[in-house]
Design a protein around this ligand. Sequence first.
Ligand code: COA
Length: 383
Amino acid sequence: MTLETPSFSPGLEGVPIAESAVSLVEGEVGRLTYRGYSIEDLTGPAGTFEEIVALLYDGELPSQTRIDEMRVLFERERALTDEQIEIARLAGVGTHPMFALQAAAATLGPTDNDFERKADTVVERGLSLIAKVGHLVGVIAQAADGRPYDGPRAGESHAAMLVRMITGEEPSDLQVRIMNALLILQADHSAGNASTFTSRVVASTKAEPEAVVSASIGALSGPAHGGANEGSLRLFQQIGDPAKAEEEISRLLDDKFKIPGFGHRVYHVKDPRSKVIQRLADEVIEDGTAAADHYSIALTVEKVATDRLGDRGLFPNVDLFSGCVFEAIGIPIDFFTPLFAASRTAGWMVNMQEQWESGNRIFRPKQIYVGPEHRDFVEIGAR
Ligand SMILES: CC(C)(COP(=O)(O)OP(=O)(O)OC[C@H]1O[C@@H](n2cnc3c(N)ncnc32)[C@H](O)[C@@H]1OP(=O)(O)O)[C@@H](O)C(=O)NCCC(=O)NCCS
């Protein structure tokens, strides 16, 4: 059988890589839905990460009983062994937390390595990893900050555990609500984003879920993907004074610098997640704080960059404002992307389940070879 070669699409732009029923990104109108429900509705005051994980897996809005079940499951499954905690703590010192998290996630894997025999456990293994990756982020944050391990507490929600373990302080209801909203917003974004595509590629090799998550964390870490939330806040810190923002951003755009938190392959209007994040910013950012200055700079970035690039379909994405909100609830900058990973583990694992349920054919696209052909070998002495 010969297949006609489709034309090469750099970055696989426009190339379908999966059929999925999990989330839908509508780039022209700026809409994101999980199982058909809008992120605006899902991030309401009562929304929790546990509820959204149940929705992503079950395909239906969960009842209160199902949400309670999910909370109990998270509490049980997030447990780590002493060795896993120790490895994560060691990795958490002296390397970026994303690298520590990538390494620590891999060490959760089993002693055997053939997921095909265990494919009927894809949901339970996935749920267990979603719970554990959040815990690992907390473990790494404590180690990076030189604090002793102080693990999850009975009855603590995923969001409350994350805020407490990362900041070292008892979280307020507002902090927990904001953390839930951020976790919900970043939980999934179609099968086509780089890290979720990675999860499907790795799953297609019949790899264990821990290998899938570890590889996906690596994909998310880059500044063109999840790392942009850290990149945008670093840029705002560098600009420092909101009064200088307009001039600085214009200069950066003149130099063809890619502003982190701006532009998107699929959205050609403002990313709907950034609008929800701005709603959270209005609630949580207090005047006179560093986060307020950074948010003011972010708004100038939006204005200047939109004036210059809006007619090319470039607008703020989720990462332009998310760092300011993370900062406002006390999250250190290095932990913005690990928190994104803790949240997106849900999307990776649900996509892994879908990948298996749809036959899980190994990804093996083709290249277009442009190198030299069939040359005569030259012995070492004659070169
Ligand atoms: C998201 C991103 C990787 C999409 O990449 P892409 O679809 O391959 O688009 P390209 O990088 O080819 O950009 C297309 C054009 O827009 C420009 N552009 C894209 N994003 C830009 C940005 N953030 N700032 C300034 N210009 C930008 C590019 O320079 C390019 O211009 P050119 O045609 O004159 O060379 C890209 O917009 C980017 O790097 N953004 C910043 C990082 C970021 O926020 N990532 C998180 C995404 S959720």
